[in-house]
Design a protein around this ligand. Structure first.
Ligand SMILES: CC(C)(COP(=O)(O)OP(=O)(O)OC[C@H]1O[C@@H](n2cnc3c(N)ncnc32)[C@H](O)[C@@H]1OP(=O)(O)O)[C@@H](O)C(=O)NCCC(=O)NCCS
Length: 271
């Protein structure tokens, strides 16, 4: 079980040691931050605090999340240490964070740097914070987990229940209004636009939320309701209401959603 709270130096390697590690993604974020600080001196103190003073992506992420979420917390330092401890004790988180960042770069043609999503994309930050709440939930620290779920919802406008299982390489784009319920699952390499709900119908109990496969695209404002299966590679059109299973690779749209392009007529998508 996770226990608070060793000092940060004991859960992270020193900046000097860590910076010697090979981590192209983190190196590129630091290089971009340096360039931004040179071009916009007004941003330098913020970039130093959040990016340049840290030796690893994980440490910077902890700082960013703690700073954003600690607003009304009595002890921001404690929150920082809890996040740091989760990252240090969750070996898979390191690759998941990078998969999420790389997915943004792959799927959003407007994104041409790694610094921008790391610093500014609330979908990325909300998802990483939710991964922290999920770890707390799994370690039976539920009051803190639920408290943070509420903070994430207030700060980022994204409400993900800590028990929901979210895969790797997930991109929540624009993010405002995204709701993911307790028994929902989301596969790998999934794109979810703003105002999407993966919710219950209100009629059931227990396992009542959608199961979304890998490589799925869910357009803005879509509502997927009930314990339905969204097959791998499926696409859900903007504004749709999905009440039934969707087969692998199919595109569905409308209210209620119907197949508008079967898997046999696949196409490439950008948003
Ligand atoms: C569904 C979608 C992926 C298009 O898929 P497509 O295979 O290219 O489909 P088409 O555009 O050829 O449309 C096929 C049919 O579906 C309908 N359709 C497409 N998108 C729809 C939607 N969101 N809601 C309802 N019907 C839709 C079309 O009107 C067309 O109907 P018809 O066969 O009666 O003429 C796309 O329309 C969509 O909704 N993308 C989400 C984009 C998004 O969220 N953008 C926000 C960015 S900030």
């Amino acid at each position: 079980m996770l226990t608070t709270v060793p000092c940060l130096a004991s859960v992270f390697p020193s900046t000097k040691t860590a910076s010697l590690r090979r981590d192209p993604l983190w190196n590129s974020i630091q290089a971009e931050a340096l360039e931004a600080a040179d071009r916009e001196p007004i941003m330098r103190p913020m970039l130093e605090r959040i990016i340049l003073n840290h030796g690893t992506l994980e440490r910077a992420l902890v700082e960013r999340l703690a700073e954003q979420l600690a607003e009304t917390c009595d002890n921001p330092e404690l929150l920082r240490r809890v996040f740091a401890e989760i990252v240090a004790r969750s070996p898979t988180l390191t690759s998941v964070i990078r998969d999420d960042l790389q997915m943004i770069r792959r799927r959003d043609p407007a994104v041409t740097s790694n610094l921008n999503p790391f610093l500014n994309f609330k979908g990325f930050l909300a998802l990483q914070a939710s991964r922290m709440t999920a770890a707390l939930w799994r370690h039976n620290r539920r009051p803190l987990s639920l408290y943070l779920q509420g903070r994430i919802s207030t700060v980022f406008g994204v409400d993900i229940h800590p028990a929901a299982a979210i895969g790797s390489g997930v991109f929540i784009d624009h993010a405002t209004g995204v709701v993911i319920g307790e028994t929902a699952t989301v596969g790998d390499n999934v794109v979810i636009l703003h105002d999407v709900t993966l919710g219950a119908t209100g009629n059931g109990e227990g396992d009542r939320h959608p199961k979304v496969g890998s490589d799925v695209f869910i357009g803005a404002g879509a509502k997927v309701l009930g314990n339905v299966r969204i097959g791998h590679g499926a696409t859900i059109g903007a504004g749709s209401i999905v009440l039934n299973d969707v087969s692998n690779g199919d595109t569905v749209a409308g209210i209620p959603a119907r197949v508008v392009r079967p898997a046999t007529e696949r196409f490439s998508r950008t948003q």
